[in-house]
Write a protein that binds this ligand. Structure first.
Ligand code: G3I
Length: 460
């Protein structure tokens, strides 16, 4: 369901994206090489991704602003209008007008919407700031439930929780009134959001989590890994990526994105801006995202420099008179040069699996594996489905003999041995246990031609 909404939004955006739109739409399903896009959104769509911006409702009456918005972007994040102080200014009295203005503007033009944000220590209304304990926990959960329910079906991905980790070397949680309600407040928020809108992707979003070596990055990584292991419903991690002289872009950013993706979540760059807007740095960020199959979109935090929360740093893609900056050209070129489009990998189940098996159950104690392939000229993505037999299994190994010329370039949700010829795949920590008759999936991307793949499966 979540993938269906994602694809529907992508398709709608592509349909309105102008030049190259037909080819872009086909790229969701076929192997056709994509034509170069002429706008950020159209080009990203050809790579099966979105390119979005933060939008302020108050600027929608500025035609210079909306001209760029409507031409260039296929995803929108309300900059302040979905925050707690905006949507529940008095306890129990919800106010959605400004957020709906943005949602309607976006959706009527085929743009998808990222929701930002349901639970955060900042921009709380004064009634919430002064609350604590069980009253605050209940109020927070009610807020998550009400707002996610109100926008059900209209928001592709929610930043369920924003900025809950501390800066510095601790790698732990940030102190806040929400944190003081108990360490489980984050997972409680995610469970409430899933119940309210089962079709939305649920993200954890934070800043200064770009550098793989930083304690904060590792702290968030460990939380996401734990959530996946315990079935807490999390689908994606947002990297705000506000780069500046104190918090610069680093070359291990790609490692950060791919490491999180390997946990079985999508990754998204959610609030990108770069002090001085170096074209080379913007290009690197886009290339890093395109190199990670589960990096499914980039959002810049504003359109023109004058729209930025850090206007004096001139960190965006358009200058204050609306002209494209060199960084714009670099981003568009990087999008057009990016990796071959692939169908986004389907989510591994984060909740206990309930689907009936789609393959005949094997003998007692064993497992079977099936492979579906999305092939294009020169490469493919394989999705491997492992199904337990009439007994639960606690681990699995899949053997796949790749044809000559096929080489694995990356993989998710499994450990790999070998990249060509005879390859062997074993479960990672969170997907080894598969109930009787139940399934789990992993995937990999490879160069070359898949041909007919006949996997073997051994249970442990
Ligand atoms: O709308 C009022 C206006 O009526 C009033 O006169 C003026 C006086 O200060 O304030 C205006 O509200 C400001 C609002 O932006 C709209 O411009 C707030 O003071 C100001 O605090 C608020 O700043 C926002 C900031 O979040 C608050 O934390 C920025 O616009 C917004 O870009 C920024 O976004 C955050 C993300 O949500 C999370 N990640 C970091 C990012 C940057 O701080």
């Amino acid at each position: 369901m979540r993938n269906a909404r994602w694809k529907a939004a992508s398709r709608a955006a592509v349909a309105l994206a102008g030049a190259g739109a037909l080819v872009a739409g086909m790229a969701l399903f076929t192997t056709a090489p994509a034509a170069a896009g002429t706008t950020l959104g159209a080009s990203a769509a050809e790579k099966n991704r979105y390119f979005g911006t933060a939008v302020a409702a108050g600027r929608l009456s500025d035609s210079a602003y909306t001209t760029i918005l409507n031409r260039e972007f296929n995803s929108v994040t309300p900059e302040n209008e979905m925050k707690i102080d905006a949507t529940e200014p008095q306890q129990g009295r919800f106010s959605y007008g400004a957020a709906e203005q943005i949602v309607n503007h976006a959706r009527s033009r085929g743009m998808s919407v990222r929701g930002h944000t349901l639970a955060w220590h900042s921009q709380q209304p004064s009634w919430m700031e002064s609350m604590s304990g069980t009253a605050l926990r209940s109020a927070m959960l009610n807020h998550v439930t009400q707002v996610a329910t109100h926008f059900r079906g209209q928001v592709v991905a929610w930043d369920v929780v924003n900025e809950a980790f501390a800066d510095g070397s601790s790698g732990g949680r940030r102190d806040s009134n929400l944190q003081r309600t108990g360490n489980d407040w984050i997972e409680a928020a995610f469970r409430a959001a899933r119940a309210a809108d089962p079709g939305a992707k649920l993200c954890y979003n934070d800043y200064n989590t770009d550098n793989w070596t930083h304690a904060k990055t590792q702290g968030v990584y460990n939380m996401v890994r734990d959530f996946k292991a315990r079935g807490v419903p999390i689908d994606c991690v947002g990297f705000q990526s506000h780069f500046n002289n104190e918090s610069p872009y680093v070359s291990n950013y790609r490692t950060t994105l791919s490491s999180f993706a390997a946990l079985g979540v999508d990754v998204q760059i959610t609030e990108l801006d770069i002090q001085g807007a170096s074209a080379a740095t913007y290009r690197s960020v886009v290339e890093d995202c395109l190199a990670v199959p589960r990096c499914n979109g980039i959002t810049v935090w504003g359109i023109r420099d004058s729209d930025s929360w850090r206007a004096s740093q001139t960190p965006l893609l358009f200058n204050s008179n609306g002209s494209k900056k060199p960084a714009y050209d670099a981003v568009l070129a990087a999008l057009n040069n990016g990796t071959t489009p692939t169908d986004p990998p389907t989510d591994p189940p984060t909740d206990p699996p309930t689907d009936p098996p789609t393959t005949p159950p094997p003998g007692q104690g064993g497992c079977t594996a099936t492979v579906s392939v999305n092939q294009w000229t020169g490469g493919f993505v394989a999705t491997v489905r492992v199904t337990a037999g009439s007994s639960a299994i606690s681990g699995w190994t899949v053997g796949i003999a790749l044809p000559s010329g096929a080489t694995v370039t990356n993989a998710w949700n499994a450990n790999r041995s070998g990249s060509s010829g005879a390859t062997s795949w074993t479960n990672v920590a969170y997907n080894g246990r598969v109930g009787a008759g139940q399934s789990t999936e992993y995937g990999f991307q490879a160069n070359g031609t898949a041909g007919t793949i006949t996997p073997t499966c051994t249970a442990s």
